[in-house]
Design a protein around this ligand. Structure first.
Ligand code: NAD
Ligand code: UD1
Length: 338
């Protein structure tokens, strides 16, 4: 039986596929290649001992998905496919709701028709909104999200909860990621953003290779130890290993499970800059700029529930996250080849 990985050619999906395949699982990837290069699939192949199937397929295409279920023995789904740029979602809300929410509805309907009722979903710490105080625990109220991207995650969580209430044969795991950074140790796989990066680490690595002149630090007047925003950065390989535990959970038990995937540790923007400089030996020039709209001062997880119920804990620290991000960026200054 195989795991269908939607969005498996993207940043988190590709790292997860490596860990799934190397643990002996059968994997089928469905990706429309909208936000990735096909060459990421070759990079996965080079790191694993068994092959996988790839379908160029949009999750909104019910017929395309049905063909995958006809051809393959799909037992469970890890659902990464989605658009993820907060700023773009404000410009293009309809595209975000269509791709993320409608895409998930189409996927769930095809799964139900094929009696496949096990799914792990990529949610985000963004669902905790602006008002909860860190460390964030899974039982806190969610919602109060300030942008369309975050709302798609919140809405999909609601849909999946309602689905489970309607039919307890489903087994559903919502994974709320904190801030994934880092790259595969080999330096052959990593994050490859289009255009100007929005997120901190890809921006820093582009400054380090000379593609950008300096880092804008969005605000130094927050109520944090050094005034800059504090986040819970998690190595993408730890995140990938969390998916392995989560898919084993939905394979073993029926239920609706919710887990934070974070380290439980908060680092400020300037902590990350210093850690990156130490890991790379490259100086990162920065300027303090006004706060970015929608940002909060502090966001970090309680990661106790995942440890207790999944036996999962992030093992890789900030130094390793920075070293691996740098290895990827310096060995692939243009990202994945076309
Ligand atoms: P990514 O853009 O690298 O990967 C997403 C993949 O999905 C891409 O390969 C893209 O081509 C594919 N895709 C998008 N829409 C599709 C569709 N309609 N049909 C088929 N394929 C489609 O992003 P990522 O960083 O790997 O994130 C994966 C998931 O995790 C996303 O759902 C994202 O919202 C969520 N997430 C990411 C972060 C983060 O910081 N990276 C944080 C929280 C949650
Ligand atoms: C952002 C998204 C969030 C998403 C998450 C993971 C926003 C408002 N939130 O979270 O919805 O789930 O990414 O993809 O976009 N920073 C700088 N300079 C930069 C970039 C970032 O100072 O050039 C700071 C930010 O102000 C923040 C920290 O670095 O304090 C981390 O930023 P980022 O990587 O964008 O992640 P989040 O804001 O946590």
């Amino acid at each position: 039986m195989a795991i269908l990985v939607t969005g498996g050619a993207g940043y988190i999906g590709s790292h997860t596929c490596v860990e799934l395949l190397n643990s002996g699982k059968d994997v089928v990837i469905a990706d429309n290649l909208y936000n990735c290069k096909k060459s990421s699939l070759d990079r996965i192949r080079a790191l694993v001992s068994k092959d996988f199937k790839f379908y160029e397929c949009d999750i909104r295409d019910a017929e395309g998905l049905q063909k995958i279920f006809d051809n393959e023995k799909i037992d469970s789904v890890i659902h990464f496919a989605g658009l993820k740029a907060v700023g773009e979602s404000v410009e293009k809300p309809l595209e975000y709701f269509d791709n993320n929410v409608n895409g998930t509805l189409v996927l769930l309907d095809v799964m139900r028709k094929n009696n496949c009722k096990k799914i792990v979903f990529s949610s985000s710490a963004t669902v905790y909104g602006m008002n909860n105080i860190s460390p964030l625990t899974e039982d806190m109220e969610v919602g109060g999200v300030t942008n369309p991207y975050g709302r798609t995650k919140f809405m999909i969580e609601c849909i999946l909860k309602d689905l489970y209430t309607s039919d307890n044969d489903w087994s559903i795991c919502l994974l709320r990621y904190f801030n994934p950074i880092g790259a595969h140790k080999s330096g052959t796989m990593g994050e490859d953003p289009n255009g100007i990066p929005n997120n901190l680490m890809p921006y820093i690595t582009q400054v380090a290779i000379g593609k950008r002149e300096f880092l804008n630090v969005w605000g130094d007047d927050y109520d944090t130890p050094d005034g800059t925003g504090v986040r819970d950065y998690i190595h993408v390989v730890d995140l990938a290993l969390g998916h392995l535990k989560a898919v084993e959970k939905v394979e073993a038990d029926n239920g609706l499970f919710i887990y934070n995937l974070g380290t439980g540790i908060g680092y400020s923007v300037l902590d990350v800059v210093r850690a990156f400089e130490k890991a790379s030996g490259v100086k990162i020039p920065y300027k303090i700029a006004p706060r970015r709209a929608g940002d909060i001062a502090t966001c970090f997880s309680s990661s106790e529930k995942a440890l207790k119920e999944l036996g999962w804990k992030a093992e890789r620290g900030i130094e390793e996250m920075c070293e691996d991000s740098w290895r990827w960026q310096s060995q692939n200054p243009q990202g994945y080849p076309d």
